[in-house]
Design a protein. Structure first.
Ligand SMILES: NC(=O)C1=CN([C@@H]2O[C@H](COP(=O)(O)OP(=O)(O)OC[C@H]3O[C@@H](n4cnc5c(N)ncnc54)[C@H](OP(=O)(O)O)[C@@H]3O)[C@@H](O)[C@H]2O)C=CC1
Ligand SMILES: O=C(O)C1=N[C@H](C(=O)O)C[C@H](O)C1
Length: 233
C-alpha cells in the first residue's frame, strides 16, 4: 500500500516505522514546510498533524478520492463538514481520538462503569489526563471521547476544565515532559473511590492502530470509527 503521511512529527515517524515493517511504502511526508501535497500518488492517507490543518488535509483527500484516516485531535468543530463531504464524494474517512486497542477497550469499560454508577448519587465523577508538554490541545481528544461516554450513560451534560457545576464532569489536563498519554476516571464518595486508568507506555500502540485502520479502510466507502475496525465483542 502506498501511504501519504500528512504530518511527519512524533506520530508520523512512529507510523512510518510500523508501516515499513508491515511491507508498505511511504510516498509522501508532509510537514509545516511542505509547499504542495501531490496526494494522488498515494493509495491511502494518514493524518497526524495539527488542529488547524486537519480539515484541510481530510478535505484534500476526499476531493481526490483518497481514503483518509485522521488521528489529529482538537479540530472537531469541523467534523460534521468532513462527514458531509465524505458522503457527497462517496469517499472513505475515519477519525479516532485514540487508535490504540487498549484505549478502545477502555472506552467500552468507561461506558459500562458509567451506566452502573448513574444511580449512585453519593459518587462524584472526575477525569485526569496527562500528556507531554508539546501537546497543543487540552483536554485531549481521548478525554473528550471518555467524557462523551459518561454523558451518554449518566445525567451529566458536559465536561469542563474549570470548576464544575452539578451537570459537568471536571477534567484536569496535566502537561508533564515525555508522557505519551495517561487517562483516568475516578468516582469518589465519602467512604471510598473507584478509579479506572489507561497508561500508554509509548506511541507504538497509537501508531500500530493507525496503520491497521489504513489497511482496513482501503476499498471501503463511508464514515468510520475505530470501533468498526476492532472486534471487541
Ligand atoms: N488519535 C491518536 O491515536 C493519537 C492522536 N495524536 C494526535 O496527533 C497529532 C500529532 O501529534 P504528534 O505527532 O505528537 O505531533 P508533532 O508536533 O510531533 O507533529 C505534528 C506534525 O504536523 C506538522 N505540521 C505543523 N504545521 C503544519 C502545517 N501548517 N501543515 C502541515 N503539517 C504541519 C509538523 O510539521 P513540523 O515537523 O515541520 O513542525 C509535524 O510533522 C496531535 O493532534 C495529537 O493529539 C497523537 C497520538 C495518538
Ligand atoms: O497528543 C498526543 O500525544 C496524544 N493525543 C491523543 C489525544 O489527544 O487524545 C491521543 C493520545 O493520548 C496521545
Amino acid at each position: 500500500m502506498k501511504i501519504a503521511l500528512l504530518g511527519y512529527g512524533k506520530m508520523g515517524q512512529a507510523i512510518e516505522a510500523i508501516a515499513l515493517e508491515r511491507g508498505h511504502e511511504i510516498v509522501l511526508k508532509i510537514d509545516q514546510f511542505s509547499t504542495e501535497i501531490p496526494i494522488t500518488q498515494a493509495d491511502v492517507a494518514i493524518d497526524f498533524s495539527i488542529p488547524d490543518k486537519a480539515y484541510d488535509h481530510i478535505s484534500l483527500c476526499l476531493e481526490n478520492n483518497i481514503p483518509v484516516v485522521s488521528g489529529t485531535t482538537g479540530w472537531l468543530q469541523d467534523y460534521s463538514k468532513a462527514v458531509a463531504l465524505c458522503n457527497e464524494k462517496k469517499g472513505a474517512f475515519m477519525y479516532a481520538s485514540n487508535y490504540s486497542v487498549g484505549v478502545n477497550v477502555f472506552f467500552e469499560l468507561n461506558a459500562f462503569l458509567a451506566k452502573m454508577m448513574n444511580n449512585l448519587t453519593q459518587y462524584n465523577v472526575s477525569m485526569e489526563e496527562i500528556h507531554h508538554t508539546q501537546k497543543l490541545d487540552a483536554p485531549s481528544g481521548t478525554a473528550i471521547t471518555l467524557a462523551e461516554g459518561i454523558i451518554a450513560n449518566t445525567s451529566k451534560k458536559a465536561w469542563t476544565l474549570d470548576s464544575p457545576n452539578q451537570d459537568e464532569i471536571p477534567i484536569d489536563a496535566k502537561r508533564i515532559e515525555h508522557v505519551p498519554g495517561t487517562h483516568s476516571i475516578t468516582y469518589d464518595s465519602d467512604v471510598d473511590f473507584i478509579k479506572i486508568e489507561h497508561v500508554a507506555h509509548s506511541r507504538q500502540g497509537f501508531a500500530l492502530g493507525a496503520v491497521i485502520a489504513a489497511e482496513w479502510i482501503l476499498g471501503k466507502q463511508g464514515v468510520f470509527s475505530m470501533k468498526d475496525v476492532l472486534n471487541l465483542g
